[in-house]
Write a protein that binds this ligand. Structure first.
Ligand code: SF4
Length: 375
């Protein structure tokens, strides 16, 4: 994918992130929390002889616990938060008519490309932090609140270290961007790629194909099918549309999936009726097509309200941190694997996730902007 170019020094950074994570895991005074991105679970089985595209989340959770992780959560929970915030932002912009189209912000490869090459569109990029960043901020805020409570009782808690397991090398740079910090503190401490975690599992002497699957920790192990498909091109858009159309009827969900947002074309277009208005959408697969689309927007040839861009072709399933080789059959198996997780999910929409409602009433209350947005 295009994002490979983002991290030319990948080989050097490997030990730079793996070693401190092993160190944190060995330190009894540190609470180590992991979050796992959607696309990792259909790829990490590759080097253990597990069939391509199979969902190995449960096995990965079990392996991480063996390695010493204290809690294992799901970045899909962060994706549910992103859907809530980004759909609200879209509605706001549609109302004000300002900074349209709204560009998605969850792919750091795309964000950087847009900032460097098309700075005139900077304000169009969503103010939403990415799913891993939102979730990291939430976890750290929860830790701060718990530490303050404990302090009142004269106790002290272990320090929390948050580790994201990501399909992506560009995510390593994303966590170091100051606008992803909360109160000057980095929210996610380390990003490990699927490839790095594969190596760590092997170093620990664990065979992923032999380990018994385990469930994620609660409460942040619960997420929707909409969040699950963030790992493929068109997934973010589909998730946002489910939220906006506000229906979980099978026919309505199918209608959304048939608007033209699924599939692996470079630029897909769709439109959807929201109350009295037609919302025009483009889904862009790869940075070369992003360039084409931005040029067309600049020339006034096309007009959209919402544009999703993923830097890697087909989305994060083929990210630069995923196991290689990734031939067409592997890509298809991972893509099918992502949609299968969605079709198996009992909760289809992000706003139907009961834990999402709970955090908005609890940890996030009054801090939504501070913790979930960049600017
Ligand atoms: Fe990373 Fe996914 Fe963007 Fe590729 S598409 S750069 S893997 S976030």
């Amino acid at each position: 994918g295009q994002c490979r170019a983002v991290c030319p020094t990948g080989a050097i950074s490997i030990r730079q992130d793996v070693d401190p994570v092993w160190k944190a895991l060995a330190d009894k005074n540190i609470r180590v929390v992991a979050q796992i991105a959607p696309a990792v679970r259909v790829a990490i089985g590759d080097k253990f002889g597990i069939p391509k595209g199979e969902n190995t989340l449960g096995r990965l959770v079990a392996a991480l616990r063996h390695m010493g992780f204290d809690e294992v959560y799901d970045t899909n929970f962060g994706a549910d938060l992103t859907v809530m915030e980004e759909s609200a932002e879209l509605l706001e912009r549609l109302k004000s008519g300002k900074n349209l189209p709204l560009f998605t912000s969850c792919c750091p490869g795309w964000v950087k490309f847009c900032e460097n090459r098309y700075p005139e569109f900077r304000e169009n990029i969503s103010t939403c932090r990415s799913p891993q960043a939102m979730f990291g901020a939430l976890l750290k805020e929860e830790a701060r609140m718990k530490a303050a409570e404990a302090e009142k009782e004269g106790r002290s808690l272990r320090k929390t270290v948050v580790i994201s397991i990501m399909p992506c090398t560009a995510k390593k740079a994303e966590i170091k961007r100051p606008e992803h910090f909360t109160e000057g503190q980095q929210d996610v401490d380390y990003v490990l790629t699927t490839t790095e975690v594969t190596r760590m599992i092997k170093e620990a002497g664990i065979d992923l194909s032999q380990i018994e699957p385990e469930a994620l920790d609660m409460p942040f192990g619960l997420s929707s099918g909409a969040a699950a498909i963030f790992g493929v091109t068109g997934g973010v858009t589909e998730a946002v549309l489910r939220r906006l159309v506000h229906s979980s009827r099978m026919e309505d969900l199918q209608d959304i999936s048939f608007t033209g947002i699924r599939g692996i074309e470079g630029i897909k277009e769709a439109s959807i009726q929201l109350e009295d208005r037609t919302v025009k959408i483009a889904v862009v697969n790869g940075l070369r097509c992003a360039e084409t689309l931005l040029e067309r927007i600049k020339a006034g040839e096309v007009q959209y309200d919402f544009v999703e861009v993923m830097a890697c072709k087909r989305g994060c399933i083929a990210g630069g941190g995923q196991p290689v080789p990734i031939g067409p059959r592997t890509k298809q198996a991972r893509l099918d694997g992502m949609y299968k997780i969605d079709s198996m999910a009992q909760i289809k929409r992000s706003d139907e996730n009961p834990i999402i409602a709970e955090v908005y009433e609890g940890i996030l209350k009054g801090k939504e902007h501070k913790l979930l947005h960049n600017r």
